[in-house]
Ligand binder design. Structure first.
Ligand SMILES: NC(=O)c1ccc[n+]([C@@H]2O[C@H](COP(=O)([O-])OP(=O)(O)OC[C@H]3O[C@@H](n4cnc5c(N)ncnc54)[C@H](OP(=O)(O)O)[C@@H]3O)[C@@H](O)[C@H]2O)c1
Length: 211
């Protein structure tokens, strides 16, 4: 299967490496494609660099938008024609980072990026929020954990997106656990009770039920 990854910074690179190591074929793009080219060279033949964001989606089964929240809306508008029927996986936390590295929340408390991004997508796009609960370093170090795989939580309202994101999570070396619909996605994001956790299946299920 082929997944487009738009955004090949810290998180996009980690997701790409994990997916490629699980056998996924990747189409990569970034703002100027320099980081996408560097990443593709590291990964090898499983990754190709697309001409641009729209081209990344050509022949891709789904897309991971590994972008900062503040650029997501513009990129979605750019590729909107290609998103109908596609599974769109978003790891973005509702944060902005200024030139000095200061991080601030860009949405009111209680409003999740999942809910906002859902409103930016065209009809027919199949949103799943996933891969944003762990830091990029943790995503790499916690993958393929043995004997018990670590869990990646996800949220979606769409059954097909759920199946596809579960496949991607397993390909990346984790056990998928659904927290609920997009209205629950704040639990995965910065400040949410499931953010930054590395847990196995039994603990994950008890955390979900215990909310
Ligand atoms: N980093 C983490 O540990 C982590 C953990 C959990 C969740 N997240 C979430 O993941 C998202 C990405 O974070 P990050 O740390 O990976 O950010 P990042 O390192 O700044 O990477 C952002 C990527 O977006 C690309 N980009 C910017 N504008 C673009 C455009 N118009 N078209 C295509 N690509 C564009 C950049 O391209 P260039 O490379 O060409 O500049 C870069 O590759 C954020 O929303 C964050 O909340 C991050």
């Amino acid at each position: 299967m082929t997944t487009a990854i738009i955004g090949t910074g810290g998180l996009g690179s980690a997701v790409a490496r994990r997916l490629a190591s699980g056998g996924e074929t990747l189409r990569l793009s970034s703002a100027d494609n320099k980081s996408a080219r560097t990443l593709a060279a590291q990964i090898g033949p499983a990754a190709v660099v697309a001409v641009d964001n729209r081209d990344a989606l050509q022949s891709a089964d789904g897309v991971v938008l590994a972008l900062r929240f503040t650029v997501l809306k513009g990129v979605i508008q750019q590729i909107t024609d290609s998103l109908a029927g596609k599974v769109v996986v978003v790891p973005s936390n509702p944060l902005s980072i200024d030139a000095h590295g200061n991080v601030s929340r860009v949405l009111p408390e209680g409003q999740s990026s999942g809910e906002v991004v859902g409103g930016w997508l065209p009809a027919g796009a199949r949103l799943a929020m996933a891969f944003g609960t762990m830091s990029a370093d943790l995503l790499e170090s916690a993958s393929n954990r043995s004997p018990e795989p670590a869990v990646q939580f996800y949220a979606t309202d769409d059954d097909q997106a759920g199946k596809e994101v579960e496949r991607l999570i397993r390909t990346a070396g984790f056990e998928p656990v659904k927290v609920g619909g997009i209205e629950q996605s704040g639990r995965l994001e910065v400040g949410g009770d499931l953010h930054d956790l590395v847990v196995g299946l039994a603990e994950a299920r008890s955390l979900i039920g215990g909310a």
